[in-house]
Design a protein around this ligand. Structure first.
Ligand SMILES: [Zn+2]
Length: 67
């Protein structure tokens, strides 16, 4: 399955290896995007933080992730 539904919006579709669709990704604060692009041992924890905040209704432009 190459494309899956974007967790950040009702109609978006995200590509393989992407966390969100293009529109949602570009709505995230720059700091959050930079951290989420980092692929280290904390990458999965950051992804979980991102999805947790989306689930609890935090607006995309206010999402923060830990370094
Ligand atoms: Zn989206």
């Amino acid at each position: 399955m190459a494309h899956t539904r974007c967790p950040g919006c009702p109609s978006g579709v995200k590509g393989p290896g992407k966390y969100l669709c293009f529109g949602c990704w570009n709505t995230l604060p720059t700091a959050a995007r930079r951290l989420l692009n980092r692929r280290d041992s904390r990458a999965m924890a950051r992804l979980r933080e991102l999805y947790d905040q989306i689930t609890t209704g935090v607006p995309l432009h206010e999402i923060e992730v830990s370094p």
